[in-house]
Write a protein that binds this ligand. Structure first.
Ligand code: C2E
Ligand code: CA
Ligand code: CA
Length: 594
């Protein structure tokens, strides 16, 4: 065995060793040296098929020499032919040049290892490549320590989280991507409240444990792609690389805050800790990572100043409206289950007979602290958040049940109008929902009138007209609400099965004083009648308006003059009184169509 000091230790030594040998006298010595040298040696032919491999190579890869001799060099390179690295290697060696570098290879057991390889083409006398000589050194251990060093440079040793410098890298990358793809990115800087007190009183061992637990808890509540890093002693930062709007950022942050609510157990101490959070968004609050970090810090200070366990957005304007909306949104989510919604009813009165012919269901929110909230204040938000869908269904159900209750009390069947929002119209199950409610409550669909605005009708004319026809076939009536304020054309109106036009109260208000409004109300009424559609005037507040509308031939009205919207028991009283228009009323010649 050639284990003397002449045994080559490196590829370089091996090569010069081979060069010094004079074949064939020293052939045996040569093969034995190569066979047992601590570096792997492989020889492959010009196609890469392995023709020789030494023992070390067999040991390293886990294959027997016989097995190896059936393989091609490619086999050990897991990336295979498609990678650029692979192409680079083969381009170099097929050009007759030596290639050296690191790459990962595969062992028989599937394990990957790092090899420092040298591939050298061997040329025959005419100068063609006849073989490839390959030396390989296992550098996995070295690689690991390199990675460890890298880890130390980019990760916080206490919590194992990315540190500031890795966070900055990730933030910069996220911003580039957000810029390219046009989405938002959020950065939330988080400072633990009262951490210093815990650290000072219970000692830094407990303090350290707490930080580790906090890091773990926060990590568990992130989504894939988010980065949580430790910035300072009790300061953490979160990157949400892709968010759609500030609401989403807020929801994610609230998840983190809620996660911290649960106490932490550190060596028999049950510790409660909260965080103050400063949030800022790209691109609104800063275009680059420096300004975002700075602004998140400003927001954090504001959060701390406004008491502990708070969050603040950098943009103060966003704060005020966001907070208000958010608290309303949260309250609204509970309002249904806490039964804070109520339906009021406003009578609709015939201008011919002076009697109540129907009512409109109008939503009210009896907020436990704010008091009564009117629909204009919360319906837009309910539409935006989609909550109008369950709320609208509840209104419909409540109105139907109430309508039946009145019939059960012996009052004549009255029509009930229920408002539908555009958002409800986007629900594919709308028709089914309405029919279900009628079915479940026992409501006669012919007494139900759904009120929609022009904008809903015009949004997707063909789909809407199909839905309306469907409803109409089941006997359900359709009214166009706030008519005149929207943008709809007569041609379109003819395509919808409409029963009623409700003239918006803004026109009714000045129908006697403003000539334009006089003309509008008059035209709408004539037009509606020519289309065999009933006309209801909204917001009638005085007798003069009533006279004008009566003479015009308007069919019904709704307004404070007769009654404001009232709760069901008051409406019952109204029905019991058999209340009708107090003054004698000229019977119009126009009999109401439909
Ligand atoms: P709207 O459908 O046009 O309802 C008529 C509004 O006019 C009601 O306001 C009613 O109180 C008011 N009003 C009636 N008579 C008079 C009057 O003589 N003078 C004046 N100044 N106002 C009168 P309300 O109840 O505040 O409702 C406002 C809007 O909120 C409704 O307008 C409707 O668009 C929406 N809304 C109410 N309830 C619901 C609901 O259950 N679902 C949906 N999607 N929207 C609803
Ligand atoms: Ca209405
Ligand atoms: Ca209206």
């Amino acid at each position: 065995m050639a284990t003397d000091e002449k045994t080559p230790k490196t590829p370089h030594e091996l090569l010069s060793f081979i060069k010094k040998l004079k074949p064939p006298s020293q052939f045996h010595l040569l093969s034995s040296t190569i066979e047992h040298c601590p570096i792997t040696v492989v020889v492959a032919d010009s196609q890469g098929d392995i023709k020789y491999a030494n023992t070390r190579f067999a040991q390293l890869t886990g294959y027997t020499v016989e097995e190896i001799l059936k393989l091609n060099l490619n086999f050990f390179y897991p990336g295979k032919q498609n990678t650029d690295d692979y192409k680079k290697i083969w381009n170099t060696i097929t050009a007759g040049e030596k290639w050296a570098g690191e790459f990962r290879l595969r062992k028989k057991n599937g394990e990957l290892f790092w090899g420092l390889a040298t591939l050298k083409p061997l040329l025959n006398p005419p100068g063609q490549i006849s073989y490839y000589l390959c030396y390989l050194e296992d550098i996995t251990v070295h690689k690991r320590s390199e990675q460890l060093i890298e880890h130390l440079a980019f990760y916080d040793p206490l919590t194992g989280l990315p540190n500031r410098s890795l966070f900055n890298d990730r933030l910069k990358l996220a911003l580039e991507e957000a810029h390219l793809l046009g989405h938002q990115t959020a950065v939330a800087l988080l400072d633990l409240d009262r951490f210093k007190v815990i650290n000072d009183t219970l000692g830094h061992i407990i303090g350290d444990q707490l930080l580790q637990l906090v890091a773990k808890r926060l990590s568990e509540n992130l989504q894939e792609g988010d980065t949580l890093a430790r910035m300072g002693q009790d300061e953490f930062i979160v990157l949400f690389p892709h968010i759609n709007n500030f609401r989403e950022a807020l929801n994610r942050i609230k998840t983190l805050m809620e996660a911290l609510q649960e106490p932490f157990l550190c060596e028999n101490h049950e510790l409660q800790i909260n965080a103050s959070i400063g949030i800022c968004l790209y691109p609104e609050d800063g275009e680059d990572h420096m300004s975002l970090l700075k602004n998140a810090d400003t927001a954090l200070n504001e959060a701390k100043n406004s008491g502990r366990n708070h969050y603040k957005f950098y943009t103060s304007q966003l704060n005020a409206s966001a907070l208000k909306r958010l608290s309303m949104e949260t309250a609204m989510r509970h309002a249904l289950e806490r039964e804070e919604f109520q339906v009021y009813y406003q009578p609709q009165v015939s201008l011919r007979t002076g009697r109540i012919t129907g009512m409109e269901a109008l939503l009210r929110w009896q907020h436990p602290t704010t008091g009564m909230i009117m629909p204009d204040q919360f319906i837009p938000l309910a539409e935006e958040t989609g909550m109008i869908v369950p709320i609208g269904k509840w209104v419909l159900r409540t109105a139907c049940l109430q309508n039946i209750a009145w019939q059960n009390l012996g009052f004549p069947p009255l029509r009930i109008g229920v408002n539908l929002s555009g958002r409800q119209f986007q629900e594919p199950e709308l028709v089914e929902m309405v029919l279900d409610v009628c079915h479940q409550t026992g409501m006669d669909p012919r007494l139900l009138e759904l009120e929609l605005t022009e904008s809903i009708l015009m949004k997707d004319v063909s789909v809407t007209s199909m839905i309306l026809r469907w409803l109409n076939k089941k006997g359900i009536k359709i009214a166009i609400d706030d008519f005149g304020t929207g943008y709809s054309s007569l041609t379109y109106l003819k395509r919808f099965p409409i029963n009623t036009l409700k003239i918006d109260r803004s026109f009714v208000k000045e129908c006697l004083t403003n000539t334009d409004d006089t003309a509008i109300v008059t035209t709408i009424t004539y037009m509606a009648h020519s289309l065999k559609v009933k006309v209801t005037a909204e917001g009638v507040e005085d007798e003069k308006q009533l006279d004008f509308l009566t003479n015009l031939g308007c069919d019904e009205f709704q307004g404070y003059l007769f009654s404001r919207p009232i709760p069901a028991p008051e409406f019952t009283a109204l029905l019991k009184d058999n209340r009708c228009l107090s003054r004698p009323h000229p019977l119009s010649d126009n009999s109401p169509p439909g």
